[in-house]
Design a protein around this ligand. Sequence first.
Ligand SMILES: NC(=O)c1ccc[n+]([C@@H]2O[C@H](COP(=O)([O-])OP(=O)(O)OC[C@H]3O[C@@H](n4cnc5c(N)ncnc54)[C@H](OP(=O)(O)O)[C@@H]3O)[C@@H](O)[C@H]2O)c1
Length: 358
Amino acid sequence: MTSATLPPRKVGVLGCTGSVGQRFILLLASHPSFTLTAIGASPRSAGHPYAFKVSWKQTSPIPASAAALIIKTCEPANFADCDIVFSGLDADVAGPIETSFLEAGLTVFSNSKNHRRDPITPLMVPLVNTHHFGILDHQRKQRKGTMVTNANCSTTGLVVPLKALIDKFGPLEAVTVTTLQAISGGGYPGVPSFDVLDNVVPYIGGEEEKIEWETGKILAELNEARDEFVHTEIKVSAQCNRVPVIDGHTACVSVKFAKQPAPSVEEIKQAFREFKCEAQELGAPSAPKQAIIVRDEPDRPQPRLDRESEGGYAVVVGRIREDPVLDVKFVGLSHNTVIGAAGSSILNAEVGVLKGLI
Ligand SMILES: NC(=O)c1ccc[n+]([C@@H]2O[C@H](COP(=O)([O-])OP(=O)(O)OC[C@H]3O[C@@H](n4cnc5c(N)ncnc54)[C@H](OP(=O)(O)O)[C@@H]3O)[C@@H](O)[C@H]2O)c1
């Protein structure tokens, strides 16, 4: 699928100095149709040029297009010209700030947890459930603005391969997942180096609950009236660990299929390789050519070697084999600030624009 011509849009970024915000700045600097016109952060950073206030942690330099932009406070009036406002705000402040943007009639694509459980707000992973845009008509009857959220970073890397399996082989009865999550997932400065180097921290507050609940909403059906999500009944058990990796979340996954006998390892590899999503069909410019990349080497995927696959927009899977307890197990890897956060919002927005909704 070649890239569709995406109509131009003016965009803003809230939380521009953070881990997710920096990724937005990088991805938007080379975006073919989205032009960054406004950036916001806390009152501590506001009023200063971006390059002066950001503690830049990316491996590419600060884009020239963003360096001199003056950081604004996160008030709707400062973003009134934006067609789309991307939010990478700290969850402690995102709730009321994003609500104020919604009340001002703006369109918000949020990365934080605050609005994910709202029954008429889509929780959207762009490689999985962009059909959930169907609820926007209903949302707009009740609100002045528009809100779309994307998932927790570790949930995102899990639901993409699960969706491929469900599409091909039907419902899953049970899923267990053990994650090894990068430190950038906790924002900057995140876990102190003294705690994470030479170590594994077997606790990330709230993360296991997010994976276990969000999976059911992302894989939900939209009811016929397009005013409610019917969550998928799927038993998910998650265990989350913080590991000394900068970017890239690894997930060790086991699944049990409802229909027996379960598919073979070769059939599963083929289902992953053949998986297609709406973002690709529409020709969204940031959509990966291959949404799920299957590695056949015995020791892949690895964060350092595989996180940049398809610019970070793909999920890489490997070590697909039979599971003596459930049916099959595999290892997945996803870039937590690209497909797990900023890239997810951007690709969701591209699909919304291509569908004529934004
Ligand atoms: N990191 C990931 O991989 C990831 C993935 C998915 C989702 N998320 C979610 O995305 C959100 C951002 O995460 P992050 O890791 O980027 O966090 P972060 O590095 O801590 O950045 C937080 C941002 O919020 C801003 N902020 C803090 N207090 C504010 C206030 N009172 N008013 C306005 N802005 C304020 C900060 O600005 P200052 O610099 O001015 O303080 C900064 O730009 C969180 O909700 C997180 O859960 C993160």
